[in-house]
Design a protein around this ligand. Structure first.
Ligand code: PLP
Length: 385
């Protein structure tokens, strides 16, 4: 019997379906509306800041929990936008993206077998994050036009074994922005069952219509039990810079910082300084970002609806979940995604990648984080279906 060299924890999840779709898009020359990264330039002010910081020879390790100027910029922005008054020396930690922040959070709080509640559809990383930290995920399904949860189903998911709930607002892939009353219900249950909340707010600045972003950490009684995660990838169109951060009270931040230190030491030093400069001057940029994505949302929504998809209108983030049941395709979501890539020339992600249960089997997800040129060409190709 050969010795098993590979740890069991790596065998309960597969390679990212999203990156697999990107690979197929390249092979077949399809417009890649699968992976959520911009194909257009980042804003000049953040690029210039990075050039200046590299020229200033900021080349060595930053302080493990993040450059002082960046933590100060994050603290100031958080105070201005959500009213939370954080101590950058004790409550803010800069990471290599929100991806590292989520893994740090799970490793810092989970004992093997602890339960973690997550809403489906979910961002696919939460499944491997749970597997690697030993958490057992408990799923609560968001349903209907507005991706609402059933309060009774949510309550039933909580138990003495629940360590935390993961909230992601604005949500990938549904585009849902959690309302105040919904966050209040989650907050009440967290307090009743004495659980933590990990909230992934990476799309906090990408909102449409009248929708407003609310951080659950601002609700009464929640700050002390919440780890808030965000980052620069989506807001500044710099997914490759790998800059994220976590906000948490000092007793949680101490544990988060220990895990972060030994996972990565720290995020890229010159880019952290550039991020500080960008955040310091971004208040007037956020409305521009919303307007830009609002326009892109319109192009893709129209194209999908005209091609016969039933689409939920996203309230935030930059994805559209599109139901293809009316198109009478003979096959599941994965077959449909492959069909679109090979025969229509547009790459989506199969809906089942975002669900544990069957609810995603008639859906595919498209991103509109692409140039107008890419979206118009995708719309033209969808029109030939
Ligand atoms: N969280 C959500 C909900 C995402 O959609 C993504 C990227 O798609 C991430 C986190 C990853 O963010 P980062 O690039 O900061 O690691």
């Amino acid at each position: 019997m050969p010795k098993e060299h590979i740890a069991a924890r790596t065998q309960v999840f597969n390679e990212s379906v999203i990156r697999e779709m990107t690979r197929l898009a390249l092979v077949h020359g399809a417009m890649n509306l699968a992976q959520g990264y911009p194909d257009f330039p980042a804003p000049d002010f953040i690029k210039q800041a990075a050039i200046d910081c590299i020229n200033a020879d900021i080349n060595q390790y930053a302080i493990t929990w993040g450059s002082p100027r960046l933590r100060r910029a994050i603290a100031d922005k958080t105070l201005r936008l959500s009213g939370l008054d954080l101590d950058p020396d004790r409550e803010i930690t800069v990471t290599c993206g929100a991806t590292e922040a989520m893994m740090c959070a799970m490793l810092a709080i989970i004992e093997p077998g602890d339960e973690v509640i997550v809403f489906e559809p979910f961002y696919e990383n939460y499944v491997p994050d749970a597997a690697m930290s030993g958490a057992k995920l408990v799923f609560v399904t968001l349903r209907g036009e507005d991706f609402d949860f059933d309060p009774a189903e949510l309550r039933a998911a909580f138990s003495a074994k629940t360590k935390a709930i993961i909230v992601n607002t604005p949500n990938n892939p549904s585009g849902k922005v959690f309302r105040h009353d919904e966050l209040q219900q989650i907050a009440d249950l967290c307090q009743e069952f004495d659980t933590l909340c990990i909230t992934d707010e990476i799309y906090e600045h990408i909102l449409y219509d009248h929708h407003e972003h609310i951080s659950i950490a601002t609700l009464p009684g929640m700050y002390d039990r919440t780890i808030t995660i965000s980052g620069l990838s989506k807001t500044f169109s710099v997914t490759g810079w790998r800059l994220g951060y976590m906000l948490a009270p000092a007793h949680l931040s101490n544990a988060l910082r220990k895990v972060h230190d030994f996972l990565t030491v720290g995020a890229p030093a010159p880019l952290q300084e550039a991020a500080a400069i960008a955040i310091e001057q971004a208040d007037s940029y956020y409305p521009e970002l919303r307007a830009m994505y609002g326009h892109k949302r319109g192009i893709l929504l129209n194209a999908l609806r005209e091609s016969g998809f039933h689409c939920h209108q996203p309230q935030g983030a930059y994805y559209i979940m599109a139901d293809f049941s009316d198109l009478k395709f003979n096959g599941d979501d994965t077959a449909f995604a492959h069909h679109l890539i090979q025969h229509v020339g547009v790459a989506p992600v199969p809906g089942s990648s975002f669900y544990k249960g069957p609810a995603g089997n008639t859906m595919v997800r498209f991103t509109f984080s692409k140039s107008e040129e890419t979206l118009l060409e995708a719309a033209r190709r969808l029109g030939t279906m």
